[in-house]
Design a protein around this ligand. Structure first.
Ligand SMILES: Nc1nc2c(ncn2[C@@H]2O[C@H](COP(=O)(O)OP(=O)(O)OP(=O)(O)O)[C@@H](O)[C@H]2O)c(=O)[nH]1
Ligand SMILES: [Mg+2]
Length: 327
């Protein structure tokens, strides 16, 4: 799978309501024609709709404006104006929409689900409604009401089974590339990965799970340092986390604690998830060093050593992930 567009901002506008009609009936043989102006139609809504066949927000990437149709005006003979046509924004399941204040206004949970994110303006009432004993021929009708308008941000959180957490250069993308068909960019500089990548990992006997490679997290990420903050939210929904500490780390346990701390600061619930600790690039270590590193971690956090380059430990890693996912 390719890169993930996870976030688009679109200016949305629902339709203005159609105006009511102020028409007065005038017919040859009816001397005093009364008001017969119909109501204006409602403006079109802007509707967000779940589509299980979409996996990314990519189709919306170049959409800047979305506008629903204006309601049609009321007409004579008490004809109500037609509704403005609604516009649908089709999104993958799990997409949320936020208003300009950043508040969540909608979340799509299932296929076909529709949520109106901007209501079309109400149509105005025709003059017929304003007829009274003192005014039999009102020449007044209501205008339609304006629709709503503003920027809406659509955001898709990755729905992955396991999320990779590590400093830049820890080898996250290399691992994803080694265990799935994904082809993330790999390089020996920090922040190679700028947007998350997803890959499907085949496991014994035609089973599989989804792994998400996200940009590296650095100290201070929760406060907005580096890219971390923007992407930490991608792991909110991953069911388990895999921490990667590279074999060339300066202080293995400290690096693990920094990562843990950033996640906790961002959202303490993240650490309620099950997680696995691993040491990547294990081809750089001999058995003695492995023993030494292992001894630095508490019993229930003993790391799994693996190398994406030599494939050492990959099966053990997958077994451990599967066990956490499916007990
Ligand atoms: N020796 C060795 N080198 C590795 C291994 N895995 C990754 N590397 C190297 O480590 C460097 C960083 O790898 P990436 O996979 O790009 O690291 P990342 O964690 O995705 O980095 P960011 O995207 O910047 O967060 C690259 O030069 C890789 O070739 C491994 O198993 N063994
Ligand atoms: Mg990467």
């Amino acid at each position: 799978m390719s890169n993930f567009v996870d976030y688009v901002k679109i200016h949305c506008k629902s339709g203005h309501g159609g105006a009511g009609s102020a028409h007065l009936r005038r017919e040859k043989y009816i001397p005093k024609g009364g008001p017969d102006g119909g109501d204006g139609g409602r403006g079109g809504h802007v509707i967000m709709k779940g589509n299980a066949h979409e996996w990314t927000l990519l189709p919306l990437r170049f959409t800047r404006h979305i506008k629903a149709e204006r309601g049609h005006n009321g007409q004579k003979n008490q004809l109500t104006g037609a509704y403005g046509e609604d516009v649908y924004i089709e999104v993958p399941i799990g997409t949320i929409a936020r208003n300009e204040e950043g508040e969540i206004i909608a979340e799509i949970m299932e296929d076909g689900q529709e949520i109106i994110i901007m209501h079309g303006g109400k149509g105005g009432m025709g003059n017929e409604h304003f007829k009274s004993s003192t005014n039999q021929t009102p020449r007044y009708a209501q205008p339609g009401l304006p629709g709503e308008e503003g920027y809406v941000t659509f955001e898709l959180k990755l729905l992955a089974d396991v999320g990779l957490v590590g400093f830049p250069n820890a080898g996250k993308s290399t691992l994803l590339a080694a265990v799935s068909a994904a082809k993330p960019k790999i390089a020996d500089y920090a922040f190679t990965t700028l947007t998350p990548n997803l890959g499907i990992v085949d496991y014994r006997n035609y089973k599989s799970f989804v792994m998400a490679d996200i940009p590296g997290i650095i100290e201070g990420a929760a406060e907005g340092k580096g890219l971390g903050h923007r992407f930490l939210r991608h792991i909110e929904r991953n069911s388990i986390l895999l921490f990667l500490i590279p074999a060339d780390a300066e202080d293995y346990y400290q690096e693990f604690e920094i990562l843990e701390n950033e996640l906790k600061k961002f959202n303490p619930e993240l650490l309620d998830k099950d997680y696995i600790v691993s040491i990547s690039k294990a081809d750089m270590l001999d058995e003695e060093l492995k023993g030494e590193i292992s001894s630095k971690f508490p019993e229930k956090r003993k790391p799994i050593f693996f190398s994406a380059v030599t494939q050492e430990g990959l099966m053990e890693l997958k077994d451990a992930i599967w066990k956490k996912l499916h007990g």
